[in-house]
Design a binder for this molecule. Sequence first.
Ligand code: SF4
Length: 443
Amino acid sequence: MTAVPTLRERLLEDPFQGYTYAYPHKTAYRHFDKPHPLRELWAGEDKQSLFLYLHLPFCEMRCGFCNLFTTVNPQEGRVGRYLDAVERQAEAVGEALGAHRHARAAIGGGTPTFLTTAEMARVFSILRRHAGLEKGIPLSCELSPATAETEKLAQLREEGVTRASIGVQSFIESETRTLGRPQKPAVLHAALDRLAKAGFPVMNIDLIYGMDGQTVASWLCSLAAALEYGPQELFLYPLYVRPLTGLGRKGRDPSDIRLQLFRAGRDFLLKRGYRQISLRLFRHESCPNEGDGGASYCCQEDGMVGLGAGARSYTSKVHYCTEYAVGRVGIQAILDDFVARPADHHSFAWYGYELTAAEQKRRYILKSLLRADGLDEADYAAWCGQTWSEDFPELGDLLDSGLVVRGHGKLRLTLAGMERADTIGPWLYSAEVEARMAEYELA
Ligand code: SF4
């Protein structure tokens, strides 16, 4: 059996050890022995402030760094058949949930704006008629520069999208080429210009650091170019090269100056009125609060309803979704299966992770500690009846290492702790989740 590395050992390694986007990670999911009826899974849950997520797995090209569940240039009729399946699923899920309310919603993928305006009109109609999406709640949508056309932006505004998030990655053409995402600066600037003029309450720009040939100077150039458009949020993603991605197949490695690039980017944004919310997310001081316009959503406690192949759903005890793949063949097989499913198949959860009480607590700690807000000690104790120090004495190591401070009833990452969030996250995974992730065979 391999020994689990201690925090001290992990701190000697590269800081970028794993992105804790969700816990447990999808690669820890498995087929359930018996499918769970959704009606039973959701029966005991608080359904008054849910997160609704729709996954649209279509893009105009496959970026070399991307391990998301998506396909490129679907054949004629595929998007329509996919939306037929989403409609069947939304009806089945709505019936199983009974009375419920969404506090927030997001449309992601893939590139939702790869769809035509007619297809997007159908998307919104499905979400409103069958998934209970109300106008006025915070609603986010992802875009790419090539598909951010004026007509589509107007449609998104009209349909109540409050946050538009665009994947830029870099303003330097040679850098996006090394990422396997050729992108003409003229197309990019025209798209950002249209997006800024469309007047979404929140505009987010995604950038990546750590690609071949990138320097601190070129990274700061990209950041400065992004700020020209006045984004309320920026996500700065460290480059990870993952198996079965374009970069992974070519055997590329991320640059070894990622920490230096991160620090330069962070300092640049902090000096320009942005606050750091997590390792990746920076939000401008003037940005509206996340809860504005709807009931507030608590990511530690509230549920998530996912629609579409690749979308996850979370109840407090069970996380579930369709199967996961990164390679083209694996993704296509999952999509074919999703589209062929009869309506009653969507009334069950077939694949996912059943969280024990200990895993639910671990998830709560991870979701709290890796964000700037930190872990509220009283909230944690009120939520589960124990203190964090009884449940996770190992967090004391973070205090001793100066990665976390304790004060005003909270445990918070220090500046040094925040830049180590991708070390601390994986260190906190349970042995069982680690083992399942390690034995997972990616398709
Ligand atoms: S990074 Fe975005 S645009 Fe590129 S392939 Fe992945 S989902 Fe599509």
